[in-house]
Design a protein around this ligand. Structure first.
Ligand SMILES: Nc1ncnc2c1ncn2[C@@H]1O[C@H](COP(=O)(O)OP(=O)(O)OP(=O)(O)O)[C@@H](O)[C@H]1O
Ligand SMILES: C[C@@](O)(CCOP(=O)(O)OP(=O)(O)O)CC(=O)O
Length: 421
């Protein structure tokens, strides 16, 4: 290793996507190791729209491990961060940086400290799975910095110990988290079912209903469910195993009708076990329920699913449509029922892949005002519009897994000081 007093800094920047489960993880059999009571399946979302970017740096001049999240220093003392750091350090190997003429020996990693800076390109702790993208990115990027040779499956089982759902963000496309059987958690890891090129027609629209932090975290919510719900065992032991097989088949065959039915039913059952928890946990709100009604009515009137919905531990809706045409029709319906407050501009109300707006024929706020009620509702109860109840929409798609960013200008730490830029 280059001499201690020298000022060298070696760093790596990575970017990891978030994911949305279509068969939910809810409940642990081991809290410490984060081992689930059932398998789960997710779609990885396009990192362009929802991802964490993390730079990790090592230098002999760092006196302790430090981390900054969205520009603010946060403590790394939490058990979840410590576990991820410890597990990656254990697997570290020799690293040579030829440009700087530095060699870090395997044994050096035990005493060298790291600086970590991470940034989410979407709201943190707002029910958009920032912890999934964040821990996946942290573990992936640290593994690159420390030249860890283990495969992505094993890396995913380390990310799992940061946050369960994070293990699924190690792969792009369609991913299963196999619950595993081993007591040490070594077989509880992510498996890619199909990559992001498998089913490219899917369009995902997220209705961000509330950006406030939620009352019950996923961690404590699922603990309370396991302790008090009479339904959770039936879900984990009987319902989910059969559903996982069917969902794998639906994904393999790109069978949207089955995919949508399974995703909606599973989301509803997850919220049902939350309600069956004592005291009951309410993650969805009136706006979430209105979105479910909108989709159910539309699907029913067409006789076949047009759109799938799924809700995590919060009120935000994730809506999945089979193609752009249906996504445009969905966006029209959503904008009709949930128009923005006055003075909102369209470019901040619909973000991500804005091209769906054109397909929906909406290019200005005026176009939203003049949208017609959807045909399936015309002759029924007078149609109400809920202005301002959705904060904004994110249009996105299924995307790729974590990547190293080689463009040095994207690094979040200064290459000389190792401090946030
Ligand atoms: N980029 C990141 N890098 C490392 N850790 C992160 C990152 N982003 C978020 N986290 C961690 O995740 C926590 C937020 O997780 P939390 O489960 O509360 O919210 P969420 O993941 O956004 O929502 P949900 O789990 O309901 O989808 C943060 O307090 C932080 O500890
Ligand atoms: C509803 C969910 O999003 C729950 C996610 O729970 P977390 O992964 O956030 O929980 P911890 O493992 O305790 O960190 C469903 C899912 O993503 O499968």
């Amino acid at each position: 290793m280059a001499e201690e007093g020298s000022k060298w800094v070696v760093m790596v920047t990575g970017r990891s996507p978030t994911n949305i489960a279509v068969i939910k993880y809810w409940g642990k059999r081991d809290e410490g190791l984060i081992l689930p009571i059932n398998d789960s399946i997710s779609l990885t979302l396009d990192p362009l729209h929802l991802s964490a970017t993390t730079t990790v740096a090592v230098s002999p001049s760092f006196s302790r491990d430090r981390m900054w999240l969205n520009g603010k220093e946060i403590p790394l003392s939490g058990e979840r961060y410590q576990k991820c750091l410890r597990e990656i350090r254990k697997r570290a190997n020799e690293v040579s940086d030829e440009k700087q003429g530095i060699k870090i020996k395997k044994e050096d990693w035990e005493r060298l400290h790291v600086h970590i800076s991470s940034y989410n390109n979407f709201p943190t702790a707002a029910g958009l799975a920032s912890s999934a993208a964040g821990f996946a990115c942290l573990v992936f990027t640290l593994a690159k910095l420390m030249n860890v040779k283990e495969d992505l499956g094993e890396i995913s089982s380390i990310a799992r110990q940061g946050s369960g759902s994070a293990c699924r963000s190690l792969y792009g496309g369609f991913v299963k988290w196999a619950m595993g059987n081993n007591a040490d958690g070594s077989d509880s890891l992510a498996i890619q079912l199909a990559d992001e090129t498998h089913w490219t027609d899917l369009v995902i629209i997220i209705a961000v209903v509330s950006s406030k932090q939620k009352e019950t975290s996923s961690t404590s919510g699922m603990r309370e469910t396991v302790q008090t719900s009479a339904l959770i065992n039936h879900r984990a032991e009987t319902v989910v195993p059969a559903r996982v097989l069917k969902m794998e088949e639906a994904i393999q065959n790109r069978d949207f009708a089955s995919f949508a039915k399974l995703a909606c039913t599973d989301s509803n059952q997850f919220h049902a076990v939350c309600l069956d928890t004592s005291p009951p946990i309410f993650y969805m709100n009136d706006t979430s329920h209105r979105i479910i009604n909108l989709v159910e009515k539309w699907n029913h009137s067409e006789g076949t699913p047009q759109v799938a919905y799924t809700f995590d531990a919060g009120p935000n809706a994730v809506l999945i449509s089979p193609n752009r045409k249906t996504a445009a029709l969905l966006l029209q319906r959503l904008l009709f029922q949930f128009p923005p407050n006055q003075d909102t501009d369209l470019s901040s109300f619909v973000v991500g892949d804005k091209s769906i707006l054109q397909d929906a024929g909406v290019t200005s706020m005026k176009d939203i005002e003049t949208l017609e009620p959807p045909t399936e509702c015309k002759d029924k109860v007078p149609y109400q519009r809920f202005t301002g109840d959705v904060s904004y929409f994110i249009c996105t798609r299924v995307g790729s897994g974590p990547k190293v960013l080689t463009d040095e200008t994207l690094a979040l730490l200064d290459p000389i000081t190792g401090l946030p830029k």
